[in-house]
Write a protein that binds this ligand. Structure first.
Ligand SMILES: [Zn+2]
Length: 380
């Protein structure tokens, strides 16, 4: 509670429903740990003047790491998740040994350059593109990295000697969007990543919801066309195989070969058609490419509405490279999203584009560690 804004002991007692004596004891412990400061004395309205208590976000440091297909990004943050320094390194290859070695190097570099000893860190949060068993820190499956059952948490803990919490990228981004976007936001939030793949993260009641086996948020495998192409998951017509960046690239290549898009046909002579090329053609007004992107928006919007209707959420945040398509994507996406919401919910639900961008995964991974640390009263 104090993380949001300073408060007096009697305000805390009112807000928490705890007795004044309990609040006094708890705050005494937090002050002794350096997590809370007695910042200033307010004017008395009779009796002893109340003292304003403030969360000391500099009482500890955490490192957040995000592993993507091409790189490792990391930040040293304080307990308020304010980034103090950033570091980034490209991945030479995708074997677990190579990727985890890059993570170790990046963490050590951040510490050395900022004069922080590893043992001073409260913990390290790592976000990965895959399904994670959070309690063990094992990445069950990552199709991007082609990993199965990789014990990321314990291997990094052994190498660095610091507690490590592992989280999937979508969830870490969702948590950052919920807590760190600088505005008063909802405590329930759906984050949808529109990139090479389609993924989502759920925050319910201010905390990540991962499901029983860590697979919550698999929006990419919503079937939107039962007669569509076969997906890697084994089913047909998933969002992933119809509207992801990889799918747009494939469809763009087909368009170029069919001659139905002169723009893509020309582009194919220069280089391979990627999702970025399709999006650029759509933004420039190529009718066939526009239709591809707009159709993607319609499918995605409808799938998101199903989740918001089910969970009664207030906010949806979009991130990822496909947003480069701008209104070509967003117009059809929001039309189909609001069109498929329960009508009485339409005015209440906010749909927005990320304000934090790709850094959300890094800061969210660190936020998971901070939440755990603070929920245990500043112990790990
Ligand atoms: Zn699928």
């Amino acid at each position: 509670m104090l993380c949001q804004k300073p408060a007096t002991r009697s305000e805390l007692a009112k807000l928490t429903g705890l007795s004044p004596a309990t609040v006094t004891n708890l705050t005494k412990e937090l002050i002794a740990q350096g997590l809370v400061d007695e910042s200033r004395t307010l004017e008395s309205v009779g009796g002893r003047p109340p003292v304003l208590l403030e969360f000391n976000s500099n009482a500890g440091k955490v490192i957040g790491v995000r592993i993507s297909r091409t790189r490792v990004q990391a930040a040293l943050v304080n307990l308020g998740a304010d980034a103090l320094a950033w570091e980034e390194q490209r991945l030479p290859e995708h074997s677990p040994e190579a990727v985890l070695q890059v993570v170790v190097d990046v963490v050590r570099k951040l510490c050395v350059e900022n004069r922080v000893h590893l043992e001073e860190l409260v913990g390290i949060g790592v976000a990965v593109p895959g399904i994670v068993q959070e309690d063990t820190g094992v990445v069950r499956l990552s199709t991007f990295l082609q990993w199965r059952e990789v014990s990321v948490g314990s291997q990094l803990e052994a190498a660095l000697g610091v507690p490590v919490l592992v989280q999937r990228n979508g969830n870490a981004s969702a948590l950052a969007e919920c807590h760190l976007n600088g505005e008063q936001t909802a405590t329930d939030l759906l984050y949808v990543h529109l990139g090479d793949g389609i993924g989502a993260g759920l925050v319910l009641d201010g905390r990540i919801y991962s499901g029983r086996t860590g697979r919550a948020g698999e929006i990419g495998h919503n079937i939107v066309d039962p007669h569509g192409p076969q997906c890697l998951c084994g089913n047909r017509g998933c969002l992933e195989v119809l509207v992801s960046g990889n799918a747009l690239a494939r469809q763009g290549q087909e368009l170029a070969a069919s001659g139905r898009s002169s723009c893509l046909q020309e582009a194919a002579k220069e280089a391979e058609i990627t999702a970025a090329v399709v999006i650029a053609a759509a933004v420039q007004g190529d009718a066939a490419a526009r239709e591809l992107v707009a159709t993607a928006g319609r499918y995605i919007g409808k799938a998101m509405a199903g989740i918001v209707n089910l969970l009664d959420m207030d906010e949806v945040v979009l991130g990822g490279d496909l947003l480069e398509a701008g209104d070509v994507l967003l117009d059809s996406l929001s039309l189909s999203f609001y069109g498929a919401l329960l009508p009485f919910r339409v005015p209440e639900v906010r749909l927005r584009v990320t304000t934090i961008g790709p850094k959300a995964g890094v800061l969210g991974a660190a936020t998971v560690v901070i939440q755990q640390f603070l929920s245990k009263g500043g112990r790990y």
